[in-house]
Design a protein around this ligand. Sequence first.
Ligand code: UDP
Length: 250
Amino acid sequence: MPSEEAVRADPEPRFRRVLLKLSGEALMGKGAAYGIDPDAVTRIARDVSAVHAMGVEVCLVVGGGNIFRGLAGVAAGIDRATADGMGMLATIINALALQSTLEGLGLTTRVVSAIPMQTICEPYIRRRAARHMEKGRVVICAAGTGNPYFTTDTAAALRAAELACEALFKGTQVDGVYSADPQRDRAAVRYDRVSYTRVLSDNLRVMDSTAISLARDNGIPVIIFSIHDPGAFADVVCGAGRFTTVSEEE
Ligand code: UDP
């Protein structure tokens, strides 16, 4: 394995096809409680563009928590399946924002939605989405799994398996997996590598348990890094920078 310096001097991607899960929160401005911040979207789009420029096939799964979460709707008296439908529609709004910004940087993209919405994007068809990636298009998967009672984390694990992605990257608020929330607990320990089983048994809140189980059952490594560090996605795809790998081994 090359030394860290060697990786920096001549960055070589470790994967040919990856999936990046972006939560809706990543698209909000710092300190905002709602909505889409064009600067945040542009920064993320640049990071995606840098990975694409290395010849890596990239697809994205985007969340919707910056606009609407099903459980918030339930708390407001909306039934769960309807509220989840609203949450999935929120992810389509985010996907379109990402598409426009990525195309502004010169990339070719396709938004593919699990809820058909033909006038604004393509329906998700697995083989077609894979073909888009082969042709160098960035595929943005919207509307989660298309089913209520699921999350976009689970959609990310599902699409990563279906589209034969070699790794599922999750850009989060922190630079890896900790034993407790590092923003609240100073004693929190950071892991470089942790097993799926430990994530589930210690309830490490990396992703929901359905997503982790699906990744485990399909042998897809989940790589957690900070979405707030510009350039981190490209570094981490090359095995550099700070990240935690969730896989079979500890
Ligand atoms: N959602 C759903 N099924 C899915 C994915 C998402 O019903 O397969 C709904 C759910 O209500 C969720 C909302 O869409 O609260 C937004 O997704 P998520 O909370 O995963 O977004 P994130 O937290 O990543 O921004």
